[in-house]
Design a protein. Sequence first.
Length: 71
Amino acid sequence: MKKPFLRVTKWLGDIPVKAECTACAEVKFEVEPASHRPSREEYQIALQRQFDHHVKTVHMAPAVESKLAAV
């Protein structure tokens, strides 16, 4: 299986607004603005958190299940 990476697909200047998982074409991540002045760091963190959660639930879960089945 291909290692998943977070790929930014839409930028607002230097601020990442939308991203996707490189291993799952249908999985998209989007940041909802908390204020009218977006912060690059806040948006990067928000996208990374969404991606990390996706990786843990989708890409890591099968590995854990297969290890448990082998025991």
